[in-house]
Structures are given as structure tokens and as C-alpha cells.
Design a binder for this molecule. Structure first.
Ligand SMILES: [Zn+2]
Ligand SMILES: [Zn+2]
Length: 176
């Protein structure tokens, strides 16, 4: 997703592209980019700076943290990036200026900007830390491994086992 800055005219550049999923290299055990990535928006140039404002849409195939089943996760996010030429002098000033705004900051060189890396970051950040196939996923039985969303088993566990809740409970006990 590389754009040559000279091609961005005063009135801005509107575009819509579908970037092949292979280019993003998102392919881990519990998260695979399953669909091509649609990016649409506008590039605007002010002097040496280029602002992208737009949206991103794609789909991931992810694994539920609790029951380990795979399911699709839709990503639909807004993306705002400001591209600034690499230059030690303006680096600091911009970092302070931009830290309060809801804008990603990228540096560029050689008159080209690349949206791939902010797009990739956005896709990965859109995933919650705990990925659940549904809010009330019951997970796997810790004793026999049965998927409790599908079947009940005869083991004597009270509800589903959630290691994070166990940690919280310990903390609570300590605070008493
Ligand atoms: Zn689940
Ligand atoms: Zn069981």
C-alpha cells in the first residue's frame, strides 16, 4: 500500500483498495488473516506531511481463549495516520504535539508513504486480549476436555474453569 507523495494533489486523493491478505503476514496459531484487507479513505498533503483518514475492513480466523474452537472475527475500524518525513529535528516536536490526538504517527522517506504497517497494527490491536467465541462461552471441562458449549459431562466441576478468575479470586482473598 505504497503511495508516491508527488501523486497526491492539493485536492487530496480518494481511494479504495483491496490488499491481498498474504502481504500482512498475520498467521499465528490462534489468529490468521482470513480475508483480503479493504482500505478506503483520503490522503491529504500539507507541505511535507500527509494525513490519511479512512477505514479498514477485513476478517480474521481466531481461536476462542476458553473453548479453543475457531471462529471468524470481523474487523471494521477507523484509521487515521499522519506521515512525517524522517528528520531528527522535527521528531520530538511532533511526538509531543501528537501524543494527545487519536492519530497514528509514521515516518517516511524517499517521497513514499506506506500504509501497510499502520494497517497491520490496527488489525492486531482490534483483537481483545481474551478472545471469546461468545460472551458466555463455557469453555472446556478441565478434567475431561469436553467442550461444555456442546455437551455436558459428569465431572464435578462447578461451572467452567477460568484461570484468570482464579487469579482474581486469589487477589481478592489477599485483600480481605
Ligand atoms: Zn468459546
Ligand atoms: Zn468433564
Amino acid at each position: 500500500m505504497i503511495f508516491v507523495i508527488e501523486h497526491i494533489h492539493e485536492e487530496g486523493l480518494d481511494f479504495e483498495i483491496l490488499e491481498p491478505k498474504e502481504r500482512f503476514n498475520i498467521d499465528s496459531l490462534d489468529c490468521v488473516l482470513a480475508e483480503d484487507v479493504k482500505v478506503q479513505g483520503t490522503l491529504e498533503r500539507t507541505g511535507q506531511e500527509v494525513l490519511f483518514k479512512g477505514s479498514l475492513e477485513t476478517g480474521l480466523s481466531v481461536t476462542c481463549t476458553r473453548c479453543l474452537s475457531a471462529f471468524s472475527f470481523v474487523v471494521k475500524s477507523q484509521l487515521k495516520v499522519i506521515f512525517i518525513p524522517i528528520n531528527e529535528n522535527n521528531k520530538l516536536a511532533h511526538e509531543i504535539e501528537l501524543s494527545e490526538l487519536d492519530v497514528e504517527q509514521e515516518f517516511y522517506e524517499e517521497g513514499r508513504i506506506d500504509l501497510s504497517s499502520p494497517a497491520r497494527d490496527l488489525i492486531l490491536l482490534s483483537l481483545p486480549q481474551v478472545i471469546l467465541c461468545r460472551q458466555d462461552c463455557e469453555g472446556l471441562c478441565p478434567e475431561c476436555g469436553t467442550n461444555l458449549n456442546v455437551n455436558k459431562c459428569d465431572c464435578k466441576n462447578e461451572g467452567s474453569y477460568d484461570p484468570r478468575l482464579a487469579v482474581l479470586q486469589k487477589l481478592k482473598d489477599k485483600l480481605k
